[in-house]
Every structure is written in C-alpha cells, then in structure tokens.
Design a binder for this molecule. Structure first.
Ligand code: SF4
Length: 546
C-alpha cells in the first residue's frame, strides 16, 4: 500500500512520503486523513451554503476545526481515532445535507464530497481515502500547489482556533472562512486568482484567530512576565507535559497540587512558566529537555510520565511506552488517552514510578510577550534612537531534526552585540541556551512564547513601526524563520497578508510549493531561502536591506 504526503518540512527526499511517513505516519492513517479532508470539503460546502441562507451550525464549526487539527503533522497516528472522527463527520454531513435540502436545495447540485457515503469497514474507508489523495484530482501542479497551501493554512489555523475555542473564545467570521475555503476546494476548475485571494485571506483570518487566542490565553492566565526557568530535576515523581495546551497544563497542576508530584514542561510548553496563573503553582518544577524532535532520546529510560497535549508526539520507545499518555486530539495506537481532563490515571502512574533523581541544570528565560516588551517600549525606542540597538531579528519558527537547522544556532551566535533577537516557537531550542548578554537593561534574547504567540511578535513589530512612524518593512527588523508543519504555514500566510517582505525561510522550502508559485512569492514578497549564517547576516546588516 502506498501513500502520498508532503505537508511538512521533513517529507521524504524533500518531495513526499510515499512508503510511510518520516514522522511515523503509516499508509492506512495517511489514507484515512485524506478521506477526512475530502469529507471536510463536503461539510465545508454544506455549512457555507447553510450560512448563506442564515443557518449557522455550531456543531459543524467545532467539528471542522477539530478534524482539521487532527490531521496536522505529529498529532494523531491512531487509525481507530481517525475512523471515529470520520464517522462523526458522516453523521454531521447527513444532517447538514438534510437541512439544506429541506431549505429548497437540490442534492444534484452538491459536490461529490457532500454526497458520498463512507465505507462501512475500515478497509473500505482506507480504499476510499486512497482515491481522494493529493495527487488524484488536480493535474495542474501550480493549482494543486495553491490548493495544498490553502489546505495546510486551514489546518494550521484550525489548531489556533481550537486552542482559543477550548478557552471559550470564538469568532463566527473565522468559522465562516473555514467553510468558505473548504467549499471552494470542491471546485474542479478553480481560478488561480481566486485561490491566491483565499490563501491571503487565510492569512488575514489567521491574524484574527491569533488575536482571540492571545485574548484567551492572557484573559485566563494573565500576561506573561519575564521568568527564569530551571532545567534541573528535583527528586521525586514527575509528569512531563508536552505540546501547547495551557488549559491541560492548568488542570493537571490543579489535580497534582499537594500530591507530591512535580510537573515539568517540555518543548513548546516552556513559555507556560511566564503566565502568572500557571507559575503560581510551586510544583511547576521546571523545564525538561529540549525541542520535540529529541524526545525519543531524552525520554528513554526516564522513570516519569509523559503527557502529550497537542502536536509533537513521536513513536514512543519501548522503554517509556507504558508511561505515555495523550489527551485532546492527540493519539498513538496503544497509548492511553485521557478524556475530560481527568488526569487521575496519569498521576497514579507517576506515583508508581521511581521518579526523577536530583540533577543539576541551567536556566532558560521566557515570558517576553507583547505586554512585557511594550511595557518597556520607551526604553527600546530610546535604545534605537541612541544607536545602542542597531537591528532587530525575529528568529523563530519550528524546530526539526535536519542538520541544516544548525544555521539558526550559528546565525544567533553571530548576531552583533548591538542587536536584539526576538524568538518564538520551538526553533528557539537551537539557541535559547546561549548567553547573549544585555543592552542596558534589555536582554539581547527575548523569548516571545510559543508559536501560538506569533500574534505577540506582530503586535511588537506594529508598535515599533508606530513609534518610529514607519511601516514594518521600514523597521531595522529582519525575519529569519524556520518551518516544520502547518501551523508555521499559516503564520507565514499571515505575515504575507500583513505585507511583510524579505522573509528568510528555511531549512528548506516546502515541497508543495512549485517553482511557479515560488516565483509568485518571490516577486510579490521577496521571500528568500536561507543561505549561510555569515552570508545572510552580511546581506542584512551591510546592505541595510532587511
Ligand atoms: S506529515 Fe510530514 S513526515 Fe509525516 S507523512 Fe506527511 S510529509 Fe511525511
């Protein structure tokens, strides 16, 4: 059985995973995900049509974001979990279809994705998914490239919308766009201009999505504060929390309080330490390990429990398989799944294990969200005007396994002492152990947060532009980004929508971007692939072109 997936940066040979995923995704799961995406196009058509006649269906809204998020890289590898989502989607699709027909619509005008019936067995569904794969429908490579760019943008935005929804924040304009865009993807002869417009609108709507996520996070947990985080281990039972879901972390902290179990963050959860309503828990003991792609090595034989809350899971090794739990939309075959925030089994397992021994560590600093940075905006502006700060770099994005990602370490190491480096997302683990020193009171390395906090970086850039009376592209600011999966894709679309130019992107360009679409991006936005740290720094600082 074969598959085709090229949605993430680590795709096989830089072209596509065809035998099995580099991430561990098996062909049956890839096929089921293709079927789910096809189904979502049908649901998108139905929900979009219903909305146009004044009928909004909140079940369709939530199903759409959860199902899309399920297909993001490193989220769910469990075929049974994906089949359950497809079956739920089928029931929803039938209900929406009836609603639309009852409103006078003719089923013969529905696209195939809104009419088809799912197979009754797993084998049939897998075979169906194989028919709806990426390569099956659109022969024009540039159009397929734009369709996939839009699809991956939607997947990434779904992750952010779901995080906001979990914390009680939604916006109907966001749901409406998901359905509008999914509906358009049914079009057998799409117009390039219409697809480009939808791709950029995806970036625009994602800015709003990230805004409500920022409101959701800061509303619930307070504004992040600059915080030093220990990487040392304390002796005793431990639960290590990976992923991005702050609500899961908060619930776990509540349920472990006074139970003699320490909770550590892992990977993208590091910025949680900056939030007042999370850092107040004394047993939030520190940060464990580095970025997500090192988990198999770092978790090996560690007698602690590992809880995965969102994307980032890799195949657990036998030495710790029994100690892994997933929650939310995450799944791995055979791994125990926590529902409804009931972490009792997780806590009991942590207590059964020997726990961490005492181990020395170092210190990482996080918590420079927009509120903290803009709180000292006058000092930042003064430092630029006095010449003490010559340039800002935003070096952020996802981390991954490729050796080419050492570029980001070298780049940050070589940044001149009169420059400031803003960072966010797990790409920071390439350099957040470095001591870059300070400029006056300002640390030279400012961790803005998770990839979920990209809105914070945009707000900082917009405020700086406002203070200097110029546009973001006129600031002494350069963006040097690393991408891995679909959340990075949608952030890139948001930056393009905001008109930000001259972005350097690495470690390699997306396999789903054809030379034709790349030319369009270069022509309109001057996106460049990364070169070497020396060359890029020289070009940025000496040509005075960002
Ligand atoms: S998500 Fe990435 S690694 Fe996994 S199958 Fe797709 S392209 Fe390959």
């Amino acid at each position: 059985m074969s598959m085709f997936c090229f949605q993430c940066e680590q795709t096989a040979k830089g072209t596509g995973c065809t035998i099995s995923g580099v991430c561990g995704k098996q062909p049956d799961v890839a096929s089921l995900q293709d079927l789910l995406i096809h189904q979502l196009k049908g649901i998108g058509y139905l929900a979009d049509s219903l909305r146009k006649i004044g009928i909004r269906d909140s079940e369709a809204d939530i199903f759409t974001i959860e199902a899309l998020f399920t297909t993001v890289t490193n989220v769910n590898f469990d075929s049974q979990a994906i089949i359950a989502v497809i079956k739920k989607g089928d029931t929803l699709k039938k209900r929406l279809s009836k609603l639309l027909i009852d409103s006078g619509a003719d089923i013969n005008n529905f696209p195939e994705a809104a009419r088809f019936t799912i197979g009754s067995t797993e084998t049939e569904m897998i075979a169906q998914g194989a028919e709806y794969g990426i390569l099956s429908e659109q022969p024009n490579e540039d159009i397929r490239s734009l369709q996939q760019l839009l699809t991956y943008g939607l997947k990434g935005m779904a992750a952010y919308a779901d995080h906001a929804y979990i914390l009680g924040k939604t916006d109907d304009a966001i749901f409406a766009f998901f359905h509008e865009a999914l509906s358009y993807l049914n079009n057998k002869e799409p117009a390039v201009d219409a697809l480009v417009a939808l791709v950029l609108k995806c970036g625009e709507i994602n800015v709003r999505t990230m805004e409500i996520l920022d409101e959701a996070n800061t509303g619930r947990f307070g504004h992040p504060q600059p915080t030093q985080v220990s990487t040392a281990w304390k002796k005793g039972p431990a639960i290590i929390v990976s992923g991005h879901d702050l609500l899961d972390l908060e619930e776990l902290l509540k349920q472990t309080e006074g139970k003699g179990v320490n909770v550590y963050t892992h990977g993208e959860m590091l910025p949680a330490h900056g939030y007042p309503q999370l850092k107040k828990y004394k047993h939030l003991a520190g940060h464990f390990g580095t970025a997500w792609q090192n988990q198999q090595k770092e978790f090996d034989n560690v007698p602690a429990v590992f809880l995965f809350t969102t994307n980032c899971i890799q195949k657990p090794r036998d030495s710790y398989f029994q100690n892994v739990f997933t929650t939310g939309l995450v799944g791995w075959p055979g791994v125990k799944h926590v529902k409804n925030h009931d972490f009792s089994e997780v806590i009991n397992r942590a207590k059964e294990l020997a726990g961490l021994p005492e181990k020395a560590g170092s210190t990482l600093t996080t918590g420079f969200g927009h509120n903290a940075v803009l709180g000292v905006a006058d000092k930042v502006v003064e430092a630029v005007k006095s010449g003490n700060v010559k340039h800002f770099f935003l070096v952020g994005g996802c981390d991954g396994a490729k050796p080419g990602r050492n570029y980001y370490t070298e780049f940050v190491e070589k940044t001149p002492k009169d420059t400031i480096v803003l960072t966010l997302a797990c790409g920071k683990f390439r350099f957040n152990h470095l001591d870059l020193g300070t400029i006056g009171q300002l640390p030279r390395l400012l961790d803005v947060g998770q990839c979920n906090d990209a809105y914070s970086a945009v707000k900082i850039a917009q405020a700086l532009a406002g203070a200097f009376g110029c546009g973001i592209n006129d600031l002494p600011l350069s963006l040097v980004l690393s991408w891995y999966e679909q959340k990075a894709v949608v952030i890139l679309l948001s930056l393009l929508y905001l008109g930000i130019k001259n972005i350097r992107l690495g470690p390699s360009l997306p396999a789903f971007i054809t030379p034709g679409i790349l030319s369009f991006l270069v022509e309109n936005f001057n996106i460049k692939p990364i070169s070497t740290a020396e060359e890029d720094l020289d070009a940025i600082l000496n040509s005075k072109v960002a």
